[in-house]
Design a protein around this ligand. Structure first.
Ligand code: RNT
Ligand code: ZN
Length: 424
């Protein structure tokens, strides 16, 4: 252990001077990296189940966790224990992203149009103890009133009113959370609304959604307490032919009404370059919410990895100078492997991508590009994968007092044996 520590410092120092040769100040990168918040989604811990009823299972709405790995969190205590384990294994600043369905509702059933601040008091206390911020999401799925495929865009006035009330309450609760914690709570609204097959009255549904949103957003909350994000989507299970809240719909709505967009990496055509959207959006919008995910062939929500697409997103945020305008949230749920491990790998991968992007010799690259030296730019970019990135990452983990890469697996497997494995 001691030996490895000494070794790592030496490797780090060598790495630092190699990056310095390219004009990159690693020390200031590490300081900045530690401060970038990544919002951890609560729903990886229990397959998007929530705590509304005992043994809640995701019952529809176009998103689906697959797998049946043992040990999932069955209640708020277990979810919090798992989250504490996760927090001990991930370097940097974090927030927790809560879904409305994860409130503490006691013995009585509390429907979505009845939720109140008090149901989230436990989470606020939990966050205060840990000094972290909370984000929030309305839960517009896994509910009988979502079974027909439409919520805020429903043509049934009763159903539509129910979900409008839910959305209003979510905004009020988000503002209360942000005020309590002294950090703006980002409220994401994603609705599953859409249809399986060719839809004749698309305009009608979109008009209804617009009207619902107008009503929901007619109440204003201070920006220092809460901010709204609207999540666009291409298609889902059961909404293959038509999604009311499409990218164009929300882009227009958000731009005209001062909200931010939520761009989920799984909500576009598989070949679409999500990173390319960022400069186009952030040139006009002050902020953006990202749902970093790993779609495989569809919006499959696989565990985030340190892969090309995530790197490209991080690089674009750094290159555009808009890192601080982006709220980075994660959105994936894998029920087929250890859920704590899935959380940890995804969170660490996101942070690795940020570090990788921040270590780019941006000034040099930009100069080469401006000089029209395409070859030298390409060659310099191609140098980055063989730079001693791993030594810098390990140094970051060491400074943040979390285990380095190879140590994480055993810690997770011990937790599986000692804690998760006993949940039968
Ligand atoms: C669904 C959206 C949404 C959900 C979460 C659980 O396609 O991505 O963000 O994943 O609300
Ligand atoms: Zn999402």
């Amino acid at each position: 252990m001691l030996h490895r520590g000494r070794n790592a410092v030496t490797q780090y120092e060598r790495a630092r001077s190699e990056y310095a040769d390219l004009g990159v100040d690693v020390e200031s990168v590490l300081d900045a990296l530690a401060e970038i918040p990544v919002s951890i989604h609560c729903w990886q811990g229990d397959d998007v189940g929530g705590f509304e009823r005992p043994d809640s299972v995701l019952a529809g709405g176009g998103i689906q966790a697959t797998g049946n790995f043992p040990g999932k969190a069955r209640n708020v205590e277990e979810l919090r224990a798992d989250l504490d384990k996760v927090f001990s294994l991930v370097p940097g600043t974090h927030r927790l992203n809560l879904h409305a369905s994860y409130g503490e509702f006691g013995d009585a059933f509390v429907d979505r149009d009845q939720i109140e601040e008090k149901h989230y008091q436990g989470w606020v206390d939990w966050a205060k103890e840990r000094g972290i911020g909370l984000d929030f999401n309305g839960t517009f799925f896994s509910h009988p009133y979502a079974d027909d495929g439409f919520t805020l865009a429903s043509k049934d006035p009763k159903i539509r009113a129910f979900w409008i009330e839910h959305a209003k309450r979510c905004r009020r609760i988000a503002a209360w959370i942000g005020k309590e914690l002294g950090s703006p709570c980002i409220l994401d609204t994603w609705i599953p609304d859409g249809a399986k097959d060719y839809t004749v009255d698309k305009m009608g549904y979109r008009r209804i959604l617009k009207r619902s949103l107008d009503e929901i957003f007619s109440i204003e909350y201070p920006k220092e307490y809460m901010r709204d994000a609207l999540e666009t989507k291409l298609f889902g299970i059961g909404s293959e032919a038509f999604v009311v809240g499409s990218h164009e719909f929300y882009m227009n709505y958000a731009a005209r009404n001062g909200q931010m967009l939520c761009i989920d990496m799984g909500h576009f055509h598989v070949g679409e370059d999500i990173s390319d959207k960022l400069s186009a959006i952030l040139l006009f919008d002050d902020e953006i919410l990202l749902h970093v995910s790993r779609p495989m062939r569809w919006d499959s929500d696989h565990v985030v990895l340190f892969n090309d697409t995530v790197r490209a997103v991080a690089e674009e945020l750094v290159r555009s100078g808009k890192l601080s305008s982006a709220h980075i949230g994660l959105d994936y749920f894998d029920a087929s492997i250890n859920r704590v491990g899935a959380w940890v790998t995804g969170i660490r991968s996101m942070r690795k991508a940020l570090l990788y992007a921040m270590l780019e010799p941006l000034d040099k690259l930009r100069t080469l590009e401006e000089q029209g030296n395409g070859y030298a730019k390409m060659a310099l970019l191609e140098t980055m994968p063989v730079m001693p990135f791993g030594a810098v990452w390990e140094e970051f983990c060491r400074r943040e007092d979390v285990p380095v890469e190879q140590e994480v697996v055993d810690i997770v497997l011990d937790y599986e044996a000692d804690v998760q494995g006993l949940r039968v």
